[in-house]
Design a protein around this ligand. Structure first.
Ligand SMILES: NC(=O)c1ccc[n+]([C@@H]2O[C@H](COP(=O)([O-])OP(=O)(O)OC[C@H]3O[C@@H](n4cnc5c(N)ncnc54)[C@H](O)[C@@H]3O)[C@@H](O)[C@H]2O)c1
Length: 258
């Protein structure tokens, strides 16, 4: 189904009606909550992940929204370009990107191998570059768009034993700021910088219990919820955020006040 740029008749009832949106990392966590929230706001959502996204797609359709599943490894150029070719064929446009795919690695520097460092950078930074580049290519062909990258509060900080992740998120914020300048005024680019959010990324296996406890030492003394980050992504994708670009926006319980 091709979405026509000037056919936005549903806009009065749904903020993002007739918009085509892509969310990566949408199988769970922040990406899943963002896909649900964009669909609730009326967007037709491409739900993409390296793992199965059936649960997300079914939840959107059950709630009366529109979604299509796609498989992608954001770190691989061919996988990303194949996904965008499919998006172009199906929708003929892309209005909104929220790039949530990401991985974390808690590792002291002196035990970090090149392979481990490269994996974090490949998913978090190269993946953002690849998905962002192809999204902006498609948006540039039409009438602009909104790009929301997911950095972290650690884009503003250093943190021992997480240096690969921290470096990747500093990079993501750098991409957002640079792309915002390069593609203004038609494409607005921002990065969300979440604090600790209650997802599998902060769970056992990904993060030690010691760090989980230290994460709670923030002014609001709780983890954020995925839907609280998703709400900001939807706002940035919508008509009220037309004067916001190049920002790293904290949704962080006060963890960082840059
Ligand atoms: N949870 C937090 O506290 C927190 C804080 C700040 C930033 N973030 C960022 O938010 C984003 C979402 O994290 P989350 O907490 O929902 O984590 P999560 O682990 O629950 O979800 C990450 C998703 O990314 C997908 N993914 C991983 N590698 C991929 C690849 N190569 N290609 C495609 N998809 C891939 C996973 O399958 C998963 O569905 C990440 O970029 C993360 O760095 C999370």
């Amino acid at each position: 189904m091709a979405l026509k740029p000037d056919d936005r008749s549903g806009e009065r009832t749904s903020r993002l009606a007739r918009r085509a949106a892509l969310v990566t990392g949408a199988a769970r966590g922040i990406g899943q909550a963002t896909a649900l929230a964009l669909a609730e706001a009326g967007a037709h959502v491409v739900v993409a992940d390296i793992t199965d996204v059936t649960q997300t797609v079914e939840a959107i359709i059950e709630a009366g929204g529109q979604a299509v599943a796609m498989s992608v490894d954001v770190s691989q150029e061919q996988s990303v370009t194949t996904m965008f070719r499919t998006i172009d064929e199906r929708f003929g446009r892309l209005d909104i990107l929220v790039n949530c795919a990401g991985v974390i690695d808690e590792k002291p520097l002196l035990q970090t191998t090149v392979k481990e460092f490269d994996r974090v950078l490949a998913v978090n930074l190269r993946g953002t570059f690849l998905v962002g580049r192809e999204a902006i290519r498609l948006m540039s062909r039409n009438d602009g768009g909104r790009v929301v990258l997911i950095a972290s509060d650690l884009a503003h900080l250093g943190r021992e034993t997480f240096s690969s992740y921290v470096a990747s998120k500093h990079g993501v914020l750098g991409l957002a700021r640079s792309w915002a300048m390069e593609f203004a005024p038609s494409i607005l680019v921002n990065a969300l910088c979440p604090g600790p959010v209650d997802t599998e990324m902060l769970g056992a296996g990904n993060m030690s219990s010691e760090w989980r406890e230290r994460e709670l030492d923030i002014p609001l003394h709780r983890f954020g919820r995925p839907d609280e980050v998703a709400a900001m992504a939807v706002f940035l994708a919508g008509p009220s955020a037309g004067f916001i670009t190049g920002q790293g926006i904290g949704v962080n319980g006060g963890s960082v006040m840059p």
